[in-house]
Write a protein that binds this ligand. Structure first.
Ligand code: ZN
Length: 212
């Protein structure tokens, strides 16, 4: 999950929640807020409509999600935001660790309560789908790790530019690219500021991890 800084909604009043799709894509890019894949996206209610009908048209309750995350897994399982981490209010990089073999795990340094929230989130969205038949996410992240590691090698040998790295990263899995390049500050900075990934929560990350 890429950390997101939600901008204010400044468009016209909305009557149907699906009409927020374009504003959400402008705000956050064309990626699922949970699995980070470039995919067909729906307007997703963070607190489900069935649990909080009053938030049905509330901008701060909406994100973009693919049908896998939105319909197949998360559905209406959560009653509220409590007990989970969310990309628009938490910094997922502090909670989730992405491994080169495609798995996602909770960060080892977390305290018990925080660890539980990270585990709840992985379970809610089936972010670590190794046990699933299709293992869509694990396989995609593993492939992205390979591509990103090769891109890093090429970049460090000066065979490719930052723009070329970003063009590959735009295919999805921002967090994997962040992990692979986290010791290359200028690429990390570029990933934060990349127009394909608008409103990445960089200030929050920089304060907490001292990447400068
Ligand atoms: Zn997804």
């Amino acid at each position: 999950m890429r950390p997101l800084q939600r901008p204010d909604y400044t468009g016209k009043p909305i009557k149907k929640y699906k009409d927020y799709l374009e504003a959400l894509q402008t705000a956050f890019g064309q990626y699922c807020a949970y699995c980070e894949r470039l995919d067909k996206l729906d307007v997703e209610h963070v607190v489900p409509q069935s649990k909080a009908p009053e938030l049905r048209l509330t901008w701060s309750n909406l994100l973009l999600a693919c049908s896998r995350c939105n319909r197949d897994f998360k559905r209406s399982q959560n009653d509220s935001r409590d007990g989970y981490i969310w990309p628009d209010i938490d910094n997922p990089l502090l909670y989730l660790d992405y491994l080169p073999d495609g798995r996602v795990r909770v960060q080892a340094t977390l305290k018990v309560a925080e660890k539980q929230k990270a585990e709840n989130t992985i379970a809610l969205l089936c972010l670590d789908d190794k046990a699933q038949k299709q293992i869509v996410l694990n396989r995609a992240r593993r492939n992205t790790f390979r591509v990103a590691q090769q891109a890093k090698e090429n970049y460090l040998k000066r065979y490719s530019s930052i723009d070329e790295v970003l063009a590959q990263a735009a295919l999805g899995h921002w967090s994997v690219w962040f992990r692979v390049f986290e010791d290359v500050p200028e690429v990390v900075e570029a990933l934060w500021n990349c127009s394909d990934f608008p409103n990445t929560g960089f200030r929050l990350i920089r304060e907490k991890t001292n990447v400068d």
